[in-house]
Ligand binder design. Sequence first.
Ligand code: C5J
Length: 220
Amino acid sequence: MTDIAAEPFPFRLDAARAALLIIDMQRDFLEPSGFGELLGNDVTMLRRAIQPNRRLLHAWRAAGLMVIHTREGHRPDLTDLPASKKSRSRGALGIGDQGPMGRVLIRGEAGHDIIPELYPAPGEPVVDKPGKGAFFATDLHAILHNRDIAQLVVTGVTTEVCVNTTVREANDRGYECLVLEDCCASYFAEFHEIGLRMIAAQGAIFGWVGQSDDLITALG
Ligand code: C5J
């Protein structure tokens, strides 16, 4: 066990039972002409999380620990896309429409894939999720249970949407979550800050918030 500096108090890392969960670092959210930008967002707000994630991923892999990646997206026939979600994707292009990186947020399309900087290594599970939370309609819980994972180091985008939803789902399923501030990002600076404060508030009501440097140092 190693104590990692965190809010609201140090996170006791049990590395053998911890997985790094990288949420939705997809081209559609992070690259120019992807879904995020087509919705009118500034992707540079998200891209600042790429380098910290790269460093952490390198250290985490070097320590031989489990890495899991997620991707938000839908089946090509859109049968898993609720009408309520489709009707709210009203930018220049909506989910399933043809865009510069293929059909927006559709599995198998270029934009749906993970950015090359953080591309999954062979053997690292990639969980495709139709919702915001990584536990909803996926086999993530089974994967973690089968590997005896009890702690999640959570990074990715966006802080207040898919990261926050996943941490809340994980909390209710009994996982301890350490969310790394510099490895998460939002298109909205204030949502990033408040999203993290909501996690650590009230004595770590959903989990802990820390910095990647402290974790990397602990990994040695
Ligand atoms: C959003 C996500 N923001 N990965 N997705 O629609 O946070």
